[in-house]
Design a protein around this ligand. Structure first.
Ligand SMILES: [Zn+2]
Length: 420
């Protein structure tokens, strides 16, 4: 791990929760690490680090193990590791027509999953589906350790002229108070976020972006979205609607888009666009068919769609790289991985850009290892991200006294559902 990626501790009076997060973050990212090494990495005194590891151990968040086989004299050294079962969270991914949920532990392991087909035009039906999913997964958890519920949904969420419009969004939703109701019904903290932000944070905590401070996350699902991660936090823009790349026009005079423009990237690169080309309502349940058809090359319509989508993807990569210079572009979302792999292969060689000749070609674009699960995992990260990963702005937040882990880690309990 490069030194630049480690947050440093602070001696400010109000910094105890922040320092705990930094230490917990270092332990989590290293897998197992000695106290001496933690001291070296976080720039806190040995006494402060010892106090913090004692506190984290008492909270059950970390476990100490004697390192076997070490040749040190006297007591064998102790390594600390995150206790993945110290807590869990429920992630819900809302896409048009469907609510999928999973129970995920602090190590990113999926402990259980459920899915409900639901008419997402009907917010009451979606609320009932979410309450039912949370109830089933929470009782399956068998432990009072669920830290909260995270919901990922297609953006943009702040009302704009393209919010909640068209077949790739949750059409007709006018407000998001449904998440306050979910909180009241489940008595759990509820956080919600644009699916691309959730996916990006999921990759930061558990995925291929674990060691990346700056990257661009491309959400390839029913629609197409994007999030820029800067210093491990999502860049929001003026109103929280930044990098909504699906509606960037890429083809002059191209296909009309439900946003009111034409030639938008999402009209060429999205599962909705593929479904349209194939003349079917939904391709999410056809992953096996797609994989087989790609392998045999027997579907000319699919092949033609892939070639055009790859051309548009190549352009998009060039725009993103030249504008943002991200360390990598990470692609996740509900699209089947073999489909994304095919588009990437067809998009090679990439256009010349500021990343070309600087980045290893294989690192310019990374695919989520959890592809189909990346959004659900990202949603589950929303309630735990703040407590597992240090962010400077936490220092500026008001905190009120709370009990247990949330208090120790400086979490602020929202009065309603929290938007991340
Ligand atoms: Zn559009």
């Amino acid at each position: 791990m490069a030194a630049s990626m480690v947050s440093r501790g602070t001696t400010q009076q109000s910094s105890a929760p922040y320092n705990r997060r930094i230490v917990l973050d270092v332990i989590r990212r290293h897998g197992a690490i000695s106290r001496r090494r933690i001291v070296e990495l976080v720039s806190l005194s040995p006494q402060t680090v010892a106090n913090i590891t004692n506190e984290l151990e008492a909270l059950g968040l970390i476990v100490a193990r004697r390192v076997t086989g070490a040749k040190a004299r006297g007591q064998p050294p102790i390594a600390f590791a995150l206790n993945p079962n110290a807590g869990n969270a429920i992630g819900i991914s809302l896409e048009p027509g469907r609510a999928a949920a999973a129970l995920v532990n602090l190590g990113g392991e999926i402990l259980g999953r459920r899915r409900i087909e639901v008419d997402t035009h009907d917010q009451r039906a979606v609320l009932a589906a979410m309450v039912s999913l949370v109830g089933e997964l929470n009782s399956a958890a068998g432990a009072p350790r669920t830290w909260g519920v995270g919901v990922a949904l297609p953006g943009p969420l702040i009302p704009t002229e393209i919010s909640f419009v068209g077949p790739t969004a949750l059409e007709g939703w006018t407000d998001l108070s449904v998440f306050d109701e979910l909180r009241a019904a489940t008595r759990l903290q509820v956080f919600y976020s644009v699916d691309s932000v959730a996916g990006a944070l999921g990759e930061t905590l558990f995925g291929v972006a674990k060691s990346l401070d700056n990257f661009f996350y491309m959400h390839f699902g029913v629609g197409l979205g994007g999030t820029l991660v800067v210093n491990r936090a999502a860049y929001r823009g003026a109103n929280g609607n930044a990098t909504e790349i699906g509606h960037i026009p890429v083809v002059p005079g191209g296909r009309p888009c439900y946003c009111g423009s034409s030639g938008c990237l999402e009209r060429y690169v999205s599962l909705h666009s593929l479904a349209e080309a194939l003349g079917v309502p939904d391709v999410r349940d056809r992953a096996a068919w797609i994989v087989q058809a790609l392998a045999s090359g027997s579907e000319p319509t699919l092949e033609a769609w892939c070639r055009e989508a790859a051309d548009r993807l190549r352009d998009a990569v060039c725009v993103i790289e030249n504008m943002l210079d991200p360390r990598s572009i990470v692609i996740g979302g509900s699209a089947p991985k073999p489909l994304v792999e095919r588009l990437l292969a067809l998009a090679m060689p990439l256009h010349h850009s500021v990343r070309g000749g600087v980045a290893n070609p294989a690192e310019r674009i990374l695919l989520s290892e959890r592809q189909e699960d990346s959004t659900i995992l990202g949603a589950a990260v929303l309630p735990i991200y703040d407590q597992l990963s240090p962010r400077l702005e936490v220092l500026q937040q008001d905190r009120r006294p709370e009990a247990g882990v949330a208090e120790a880690m400086g979490a602020r309990e929202p009065t309603g559902a929290g938007r991340l």
